[in-house]
Write a protein that binds this ligand. Sequence first.
Ligand SMILES: Cc1cc2nc3c(=O)[nH]c(=O)nc-3n(C[C@H](O)[C@H](O)[C@H](O)COP(=O)(O)O)c2cc1C
Length: 185
Amino acid sequence: MLKIGVVLGSVREGRNGLAVANWTVTKAKELSDPKLVEYELVDLADYDLPFLGTKASEEQVNSIQSWSEKIASFDGYIFITAEYNHGIAGAFKNALDFLKPEFKDKAVAFVGYGGLGAARSIENLRVIVAELGLASTQRNVNMSLMTDFENMTVFNPAPFHEGELQELLSQLTSWSKALKGIREV
Ligand SMILES: Cc1cc2nc3c(=O)[nH]c(=O)nc-3n(C[C@H](O)[C@H](O)[C@H](O)COP(=O)(O)O)c2cc1C
């Protein structure tokens, strides 16, 4: 059984990201064999992380530990990312900076949403995840704020994105399976 974490990297109040993450989990489950792959939503907003390097409260120390353990428990990931000034959200970058061994020899794929489907923040993420030891898939899903949302707030994705997600899942699960073999050697 492969375990894939769908990691939502936006914590903004009223965020669009939650609908995109929920769609991704629902569709991924529909498109996959539940005997072979399971998907779990990991919401960064559930983890009260300090800025890396600043003094953490006792609760935040526990949050850092929970975040690390949760991320380490997966064989692969789908990162759900917005685009903020052509990069990823600051909270997401901060949260990733707490991690490294948790990601070693695993695979990641990206579902982005933004003016241009978060294309630029996904390219930004590719450079970051390479340094974290993750292999990133060729296929993304890019949701447009103009055409996949009504009034840029109500998520109503075009049907063709399901086909894109299917290709993304195919790449992600085959790499996650292969890399699991490497980790078990
Ligand atoms: C500070 C800020 C910067 C943004 N910069 C960009 C940008 O560079 N490109 C883009 O396509 N959208 C940009 N946006 C729009 C966001 O991608 C959009 O609001 C998205 O819904 C944010 O994700 P969230 O709703 O999950 O927080 C920006 C939004 C904010 C608040």
